[in-house]
Design a protein around this ligand. Sequence first.
Ligand code: STR
Length: 407
Amino acid sequence: MTCPHATVVIDPMVQDLDGETEQLCRAEPLTRIELLGVPAWTVTRHAEARQLLVDNRLVKNLDAWGLWRSGEVTHEWPLIGMIDAGRSMFTVDGEEHRRLRTKTSQALTPRRLEAVRPDIERFTEELLDALAEQGRDGVVDLKAVFAQPLPMRVVGLLMGVDRSLHPMLTRQYKAFFSMLTPQEERLALLAELDVFYAELVREKTARPTDDLTSALITAEEGGEPLTEEEVVGNLKAMVAAGHETTIGLILNAVRALLAHPDQLEKVLEGEVSWESVVEETLRWDTPTTHLLMRFATEDVQVGEQTIAAGEGVVISYRAIGRDTAQHGEDADAFDVTRPAPIRHMTFGHGPHICPGAALSRVEAGIALRALFGRFPDMKLAIPDDEIRKLPVMTQNDMEAFPVLLHG
Ligand code: STR
């Protein structure tokens, strides 16, 4: 039993992610954490998260945070951009939230996504050609050449962001998420991104095209149109979420399969589906480590603990995926033969549940099937324990993933 008041200090350099997840798994369902000197609660268990994610006493509105209102947390805190991200479906609750989110979630239903499947398949083939080319004579970085550009192309197509802009966006988001980026630089790049997105929204207003950004600008018959700020907020949320999380999903799946060759063999022989690989990866090695943040508008009792009014609550999805109460005593093991459905909570729960869930499943499924279809003997070019995580506190992503395509 750990002391209920022990604080887990989240490491900005992510030097031992498994160790940290284990520590959170052993801690109380509601545990105090410290994020770069700032205290918060985190939820480490499936059942408690399920309950809190539908509790409307917890809100996204930053003004409900005591440490923000008192001025103890300011824009100098490197994680503020994870919370103060402009008005969008990510930052608003209740009726307003429904208004901001409806069009996006409708555009991303499994049925509507069938229309983009051929595009995803084409992007995948093009990038695999590039991978084959660059990996012909030896080691190639699967992240830089495949896992990173694919999600950016897909979200770029959906939102109407031209291909020529993808390298700039990739660079900016990498710097945004990295804890090595000085905070002034991060604030400056966020301001640049705001100018970029506002410009794009103005362009789409003048000349609408067949994409979700244009659809967000157009008012529903009799409905109230989103403001320019709201369209920009949703657009940037979609680009950030749509590309960063899917990189993690694809790479974490490849890593897990290469580390468990017996399981990879079952998949390649058709005994286990790619869908099962995607679901087990989502559970076992979640793309989002910690999701920031919700704030209590009044005292909220969770078991023995009380979240006091004004306190912040993080959701630690990686620990939640390893909850033995939900997934059994072997929750720590990667096992693609787990009976379906795997009831993980990696896409969240309640009103803010990930609107891109279906897209990410389709995307990762296509990417993994095609990648291993073409390079079934692919091997990691370095020992698994030499893979370095990015110094990012909220996202579970790696620096690089060097492979040999032909074993
Ligand atoms: C990044 C910065 C920005 O401009 C807008 C957003 C809003 C959506 C956020 C995104 C953020 C960070 C990554 C998030 C995403 C929603 C889903 C994604 C948190 C703050 C996840 O990792 C689940």
